[in-house]
Design a protein around this ligand. Sequence first.
Ligand code: CAO
Length: 436
Amino acid sequence: MALLIEIKVPDVGNVADIDVVDVLVKAGDEVKLEQTLAVLETDKASMDLPSSATGKVQEVFIKPGDKVSEGTLIATVLASTEEASPNAAEDSSTAKPEPEPPVQQAAAPAPQEKAPEPVTATAKAIPEATPSNASARAAHATPAVRLFARELGVEIHKITSGSGRKGRILKDDVKNFVKKAMTEGTTLAGGSGIPAMPSIDFSQFGEIEEKKLGKIKRLTGQNLSRVWLNLPMVTYHDEADITEMEAFRNTLNAEKSNGDIKITGLIFIIKAVVAALEQFPQFNASLSADGENLILKKYFNIGIAVDTPNGLVVPVLRDVNRKGINELSADLNDKSNKARLGKLMPADMQGGCISISSLGGIGGTAFTPIVNAPEVAILGVTRAKMQPVWNGKEFVPRLMLPLDLTYDHRVIDGVEGARFMAAIKQYLGDIRRLLL
Ligand code: CAO
């Protein structure tokens, strides 16, 4: 004998206009007792609406985006009396074989507590965002799975595809995500209390192609995000007059034979930065992890940002204070070639004191580089250009090099930043001073 059972929204405690975020069944589907038919969400909680009978869905009356209240009809299920829930069995006394009037049942909701708000900026496992967060709401998972994810400190929207029906995220997907995060060292949650970026289906706007990010890009991205969120950074801009330096560089290069490594302006910038570091030791330093101590370094290793087909890497030139211009040119040439061929070893990228990011070979007038923490400063360089400069009597053509100094404001004060920059300018303006 078959019963037509009406499944309705149960008493959910004086809440009306509840959003239907997902409908998981359609007419003709076989459903089991307790199987989730739909997912509802209020601004405080989300809940599964399970079926109170095993049988075939006869009709579905709601769709995602609808608003429902207690008593709204969700679906009708044609159930055999043997398989209906105890509740249905009771009601079956009044029910007759199809197509007699349907038995009315309220689906027993599986309420989900509101996710707690993130509380600290340093907490590693931030609870999943509240349902008001669009990306969390968009995650296709039952409250039980969301709860499971929260317990493991996983922001569920970071799981981009589920293995369940219609891409629904299952417990196994959460477990696999955690396993992957543990092996790759990625973060499970945002870690800052900042709402995560929503996941958007761009194919709705036009044709797209999805390409996996390479390892370097992914790791660099994670590191840059971490620095961006943890360091209060200031970027200070200035220009150095490199007219004489450039003339000297051209003389040196003219003396070189074919096949010799050419000296670029960057080598002089590296030397000037080291001289400024010797003068301002707080720039050759790192903050201890607890932020209580400044660790001052007595060595002078400079990280150079190198653009490679696989992404940005920062090899380190060691003991720059002890090396001459030609040796440094060979060193930079060797490291940047290795970087582009993907042959740098991890040790080649460790132990830097300060970094330089030069875009001068390409162009630009200014930019705001991000500190390569745990270093406390980075120098950005863009393209030098001839400019009319007022010398007190007249405008004279001078080759001016734009410089951008970003520093960690916890360690470096604004005035110190300006003085450090002034020193670099002075060394570049008159490179004889590098001998002093
Ligand atoms: N102004 C004018 N010309 C400049 C210049 C500047 N500031 N900097 C370099 N040039 C010139 C060089 O003199 C060279 O000219 P020639 O071909 O006539 O000799 C040309 O531009 C190319 O220089 P280069 O880039 O090969 O050499 P470099 O020593 O200046 O830089 C390196 C080496 C490895 C830093 C650079 O090639 C590189 O990869 N830069 C990208 C760094 C990057 O990605 N930064 C972004 C990080 S985001 O923070």
